[in-house]
Design a protein. Structure first.
Length: 197
């Protein structure tokens, strides 16, 4: 199969997937597993959680392929599921932490700190690991939509137009999200380097 995803945007591929063709679905997983994982790990900052979530994304694709109506490209639909599942997971974790914080007030001995020291994104060179950790910590402080757009553009190389289709936003909304994300990251990183010097 060629490096582009055009086969999976053909009617033939969609029909094979909807018919439950195992070989086509395996090809789909092989084609998109790294892309889905990179989006999830970029959003979650945790490789193990991202692997689990990537598997959930493909389970959802398998279960819901009948609902795919080809209004967008299949690749767009897959990215949308990955982003939405990542956002759901982040919200769930925040709810769990709030609950854990409340229980800790009543004597539960829980460590609530998140540790990113072992976080490693596959697109980051090893010698830049510490700098990447600072950047990823800053990305984690962005508003949800800003984070999603930034991760897809900077880590997955998607165009603003592709991101607009995935997030179901206008192109100008995505441009605005990216502008605000970059501005916020500059502020956060400036603060870090000022305090670090």
């Amino acid at each position: 199969m060629s490096e582009n995803t055009s086969f999976f945007d053909t009617q033939e591929a969609i029909l094979q997937l909807k018919a439950g063709d195992e070989a086509t679905f395996k090809d789909l997983v092989l084609k998109f597993q790294n892309k889905v994982f990179n989006v999830c790990v970029g959003m979650l900052k945790n490789s193990e959680e991202a692997e689990d979530l990537a598997q959930e994304v493909f389970v959802e694709i398998f279960r819901n392929i009948d609902q795919f109506n080809a209004e967008a490209k299949l690749s767009t639909w897959i990215y949308r599921i990955a982003v939405n599942k990542s956002l759901e997971h982040i919200r769930y974790n925040k709810r769990q932490k709030r609950f854990a914080w409340l229980t800790s007030l009543f004597g539960a001995d829980e460590d609530l700190a998140r540790n990113y020291s072992d976080f490693y994104h596959p697109g980051v060179a090893l010698e830049n690991k510490e700098r990447a950790k600072v950047l990823h910590d800053a990305i984690d402080k962005l508003a949800e939509n800003q984070k999603a757009a930034f991760v897809m553009h900077k880590m997955e190389g998607l165009s603003y137009q592709e991101i607009a289709e995935i997030m179901q936003l206008s192109l100008s909304s995505v441009e605005s999200l990216m502008h605000r994300a970059k501005k916020r990251l500059r502020e956060l990183l400036n603060d870090f380097y000022k305090n670090d010097s």
